[in-house]
Write a protein that binds this ligand. Sequence first.
Ligand SMILES: [Fe+2]
Length: 386
Amino acid sequence: MLEFGFYIPTKIHFGQGKVEEIGKITGAYGKRALVVTGKSSAKKFGFLQVIQEKLKKEGIEVLLFQQVEPNPSVDTVSKGAHLFKEEKCDTIIALGGGSCLDAAKVIGILAKNPDPLEHYFGKNKVKEEIPPLIAIPTTSGTGSEVTPYAVITDTEKENHPKKIIADPHIFPREAILDPALTISLTPSLTSDTGIDALSHAVESYLSKKAFPLSETIALEAIRTIGEYLPRTINNLEDMEARSYLMYAATLGGMAIALTGATILHAMGYPLTSNLGFPHGRANGILFPWFWEKSFPGNPEKFSKIIVNLDKRAKEYQIKDTRESALLLKKFLHRSGLPESTDIKIEEKSLVSFTHEILKNKEKMLVSPKQLSFEEILDIYKKALLA
Ligand SMILES: [Fe+2]
């Protein structure tokens, strides 16, 4: 029987030049905005200056928190929350990639909730809604602008595990999606973030929690990424391709907001925490091997994905797992994923990653196929030792 819930409360402003509306949008919420951003890129490309000017023009005071690092730590968000409270801010603006957006959400949690952050790790633990958050992504990947998720690195623990907070109280209130902000992204950032968006859409589509509307959104994201990610990689200044890529990344975010991700995301996290791979690239490296092992769990859905991702797949008439995995692999390389990883890792590390993954019962259960210890280890080995 059909059964589902739908809640994505973020108001979206999409289009080239929309960032100029930041003053008016913020003015509806408050008079003192904490702008959460990374150490240099927003400044380097001048977006930060534009935002500051527009806010000042509306009479909004701007407090800058420019300390967000890739894979933000508990320490960083604690400092941001301290500044928010000390300066009596009323609004948060997140400008940057997924790390900035996630950090801003967690700063919001700490600004409004009294307990230490670890109390809010997990699902539905946040008591008070975060302050109004306006998300301005500068990459097309994470989809964090429309999700109730934040990923934070727990630097207090050994191996620096990723901690996930999932809670409807942390949805951004508004999102400004201005593709012009992505035009200066390097080829590798474009590729890594685009592949992250693709994995969101694919995992949502394959999730046991998927339902007709989430599947429609996920397939539209897959089709759009299929057309526009390689096109953007071929010409980084193609604004039309950049626009559609940003649209697709937000659709991918909506899809995982509705269903969550699967085991592929869980498997990617240790590659980021322990080996330093960017998040999207970690997923991309594992993707074809995850595909090969999981395909028997739902051959129709896997076939539908490949046909939407690569128009030529119809002509090839996909017959088997291996053939479709090869098409995916070729697509990922056309989308900028490096052919090899150049990483030295011992098998015993991969065994310990596998033990950790098996503890993630929730992600295992929603995945298209219940993978065994041997199958998960084999995915890691093929992706990293071959
Ligand atoms: Fe992701």
